[in-house]
Design a protein around this ligand. Structure first.
Ligand code: DAH
Length: 364
C-alpha cells in the first residue's frame, strides 16, 4: 500500500498523518472555552471541564490515537493537543477562582447579621417565666379574694427583722446574710430586704382590718449563685388577719393554691418548724414532682419537697403594730417564686433564669 493512500493515521498503525485538522482542533478548543467561560456555578464549571477534557470527550478521543502514530507525528500531534489542553485548563482555573470568590461573597451575604434590624413580629418575645409564674400566683389569690400588696425592696432593720419578732441579737439573723446599705446620716439601719415578710408589717400598720393580701417581689441575700440559690430572687408573702382565723384555714389555703398551680394530683403536708414571727410555725411541702412521691435524688428519698414557711401570726407581731391579738388572729406564709417555678417546669438549675439564653427562655 502506498503511503499516499493513507487517509488518517488513526486507521493505520505507525501513521504519519495527524489524526486531526487544524480547524477541527480549533473548534474543539473554542467550544470548550465557551463552555467554561459561560459556567455560572462551580458545578457547571466542572461539567464543562469534563465535557472538554474528560474520558468521553472529543479531545480524549484524539488523544487516544496518539499511540498509533509514528514517533515524529506523535510528537507533533501531542504538542498541539497539549497546547489546547493547557489553554482550556488555564481558563478553567481562572474561572474557578472567580466562581469561588462569588460563592464566598454570597455565603457571607447570607450569613450577615444586620444589627440595625428591628424585628417586631408576633415572636417578638414574652414575659420571663418567673414573671409568668408570679402572675399565675396573683391570679389564684385574687380569685380567692386577696388583694395584691406592693412592698419595698429597701427596708429598715425594724421592718425586716425587729417588728417581725427578730431582735438585734436573735440567732435567726445569722442564718441569712444581709446586704446592709449606707444611707447617709441616719440612725436607722437600711438594708435590702431578705424576705417579703416585712410587707406584713406595712399591711398591719395600715390598721385596716381584716387583711387578705399577697405581696410578691424581689428579695436579696448574700449567697453565691448555685443550682438552688441566687443572691437576688423572688418570694411571695401571704397575710390573712381576721376574727377567728384558724390553723385549719391556713392548711386549706395552702392546699388550694398548690392544687391550682400544680394540678389536682399533688399532695401537700405541713411539718412543724420554727419562725420567729409565727407561732405555731410550719413548713409546707408538696409531693415530689419528679418521682411522684416514691423517693428520688431531688427529694433526698423523702418523697416530699419543701416549698415555704407558714404559721399563725405571732401575737408579738400584731402587738408591735398596735393590733389587739385577743380580738384578731391570722396566718402568714411565704415562699420562693423561682423555686416554685423550677419545680413546676422541671428546671435543673436556678441560674438558668438569669443567664438570658434566649433558647432557654423561649421555651416557656
Ligand atoms: N420569710 C421566711 C423566709 O424567707 C418565709 C416565711 C416563713 C414567711 C413563715 C412567712 C411565714 O410568712 O409565716 O424564709
Amino acid at each position: 500500500m502506498e503511503r499516499d493512500e493513507q487517509v488518517t493515521g488513526a486507521t493505520v498503525p505507525g501513521g504519519t498523518e495527524l489524526p486531526f485538522t487544524a480547524s477541527e482542533l480549533a473548534e474543539i478548543e473554542s467550544e470548550a472555552l465557551a463552555a467554561i467561560e459561560g459556567a455560572l456555578s462551580l458545578a457547571a464549571l466542572e461539567e464543562g471541564e469534563r465535557g472538554a477534557l474528560g474520558k468521553r470527550s472529543r479531545f480524549s478521543g484524539l488523544y487516544q490515537q496518539l499511540g498509533k502514530l509514528a514517533p515524529e507525528t506523535r510528537k507533533e500531534a501531542g504538542q498541539r493537543l497539549h497546547e489546547v489542553r493547557r489553554s482550556i485548563e488555564t481558563l478553567a482555573a481562572a474561572r474557578r477562582q472567580e466562581l469561588e470568590a462569588g460563592e464566598r461573597a454570597a455565603r457571607m451575604r447570607a450569613d450577615r447579621l444586620d444589627l440595625t434590624e428591628v424585628f417586631a413580629g408576633p415572636t417578638a418575645g414574652h414575659l420571663h417565666l418567673v414573671t409568668q409564674v408570679r402572675e399565675q400566683l396573683e391570679d389564684v389569690f385574687v380569685g380567692m379574694g386577696y388583694e395584691i400588696a406592693e412592698g419595698l425592696e429597701v427596708e429598715t432593720d425594724w421592718y425586716n427583722f425587729q417588728a417581725l419578732n427578730v431582735p438585734i441579737d436573735h440567732p435567726a439573723r445569722s442564718s441569712v446574710d444581709t446586704f446592709y446599705l449606707e444611707a447617709g446620716a441616719s440612725d436607722e439601719n437600711f438594708l435590702l430586704r431578705t424576705h417579703t415578710s416585712p410587707v406584713q408589717i406595712h399591711l398591719l400598720e395600715r390598721n385596716k382590718l381584716p387583711i387578705y393580701a399577697v405581696a410578691p417581689g424581689r428579695v436579696y441575700r448574700r449567697d453565691t449563685p448555685d443550682a438552688t440559690h441566687l443572691p437576688v430572687f423572688h418570694q411571695i408573702e401571704g397575710l390573712v388577719v381576721d376574727r377567728g382565723v384558724t390553723f385549719g384555714d391556713l392548711a386549706g389555703t395552702i392546699d388550694t393554691f398548690v392544687h391550682a398551680i400544680f394540678g389536682e394530683n399533688v399532695s401537700t403536708r405541713l411539718r412543724p418548724a420554727y419562725f420567729p414571727f409565727t407561732e405555731p410555725s410550719a413548713e409546707f411541702e408538696i409531693s415530689c414532682q419528679i418521682c411522684d412521691g416514691a423517693g428520688c435524688r431531688t427529694c433526698s428519698m423523702t418523697g416530699w419537697i419543701e416549698l415555704g414557711g407558714s404559721g399563725m401570726v405571732h401575737p408579738a407581731v400584731l402587738e408591735a403594730t398596735g393590733i389587739d391579738s385577743e380580738e384578731w388572729s391570722g396566718f402568714a406564709f411565704g415562699f420562693g417564686i423561682d423555686r416554685l417555678a423550677i419545680m413546676r417546669y422541671g428546671i435543673a438549675d436556678l441560674r438558668s433564669f438569669i443567664e438570658n439564653d434566649v433558647r432557654f427562655l423561649a421555651q416557656f
